[in-house]
Ligand binder design. Structure first.
Ligand SMILES: Nc1ncnc2c1ncn2[C@@H]1O[C@H](COP(=O)(O)OP(=O)(O)O)[C@@H](O)[C@H]1O
Ligand SMILES: [Mg+2]
Length: 269
């Protein structure tokens, strides 16, 4: 799922991007995020170092308020770190203007939220087409790409419906189509199954696993261990710090050999 139109290079100020097989697609170094509200200072993230490789499927776990959504917002350029550096596909994002950041978000990042976040007065087709409309893409190409994305999530028969006429599971599948329609570098999903019953949750997870199988890089927040297991590895956050990062395959292997694998609950420091 790599961009082919060279737009990112433009947006990222001509710096040559591109991973070379060893560099990470995403690299955070010493990233902290402090929120100031009234007299209160909240350290949502503290000194986070994180690398995510191209094609990786990472899940993020941890108790409520530990900084999971803040981390996704930073990765998705919806917010900026208070301290530290974020290098996306070889280019530092710190010096970018608001409009450059918006361009990168539109072209290279796909978001999936717990609450679906579809636009209620647009049809299914229009919702999926919207990110391409913002790019100024011609109508014929928009149509082709939107239909392909809707076929991928098995929703092409509902293109004229409005979100309120769909079940939660169907709405989330449309949201996945909207997230992938622009062929993003990375998909960010914040508790994508949080509002779904288990069968719809599983369907959405299978869809993400399928996209990952086709090469998508995915970073997903979930508090459900059944779903965390769909990912290759799991990052555990506690109080804004990374306390563990573990390959799920290795965990399954250990369990298969009779070892008990304990999930960390407290910070190591
Ligand atoms: N916009 C904000 N303003 C002030 N505090 C915030 C803001 N966003 C998040 N926080 C605080 O930062 C901490 C981490 O929040 P969040 O990343 O949403 O946690 P999680 O997604 O793990 O539940 C919490 O203490 C939360 O209250
Ligand atoms: Mg959250």
């Amino acid at each position: 799922m790599r961009a082919t139109d060279g737009a990112k290079e433009e947006a990222m100020d001509g710096t040559s991007g591109g991973t070379n097989g060893t560099a990470a697609l995403i690299e955070l170094t010493g990233v902290s995020k402090i929120f100031h509200t009234d007299e209160i200072e909240t350290h949502a993230l503290s000194e986070v170092d994180l690398q995510i490789g191209e094609g990786e499927f990472l899940s993020i776990a941890g108790p409520s308020g530990c900084g999971k959504s803040t981390l996704l917002s930073l990765l998705g350029l919806l917010d900026s770190p208070t301290e530290g550096e974020y290098v996306l596909d070889g280019s530092p994002v710190s010096g970018l203007s608001g409009s450059q950041r918006a361009t990168i978000r539109n072209r290279h990042i796909g978001f999936i939220f717990q609450a679906f976040n579809l636009i209620g007065d647009l049809t299914v087709f229009e919702n999926v087409e919207l990110p391409l409309t913002y790019r100024g893409m011609a109508a014929a190409e928009r149509k082709e790409r939107a239909m392909k994305a809707l076929e991928r999530v098995d929703m092409p028969h509902r293109i004229k419906h409005y979100p309120s006429q769909l079940s939660g599971g169907q709405q989330q599948r449309v949201a996945v189509a909207r997230a992938v329609v622009g062929d993003p570098l990375i998909l960010l999903a914040d508790e994508p199954t949080g509002n779904l019953d288990s069968s719809n949750g599983e369907a959405v997870m299978n869809l993400l696993a399928e996209l990952h199988g086709d090469g998508a890089t995915i970073c997903m927040v979930t508090h459900d261990p059944r779903y965390a297991d769909f990912a290759e590895s799991t990052l555990h956050l506690f109080d804004g710090r990374i306390v563990d990062r573990r390959s799920n395959g290795a965990t399954r292997e250990l369990q298969a050999h009779g070892y008990e694998v304990v999930t960390p609950e407290r910070t190591l420091s």
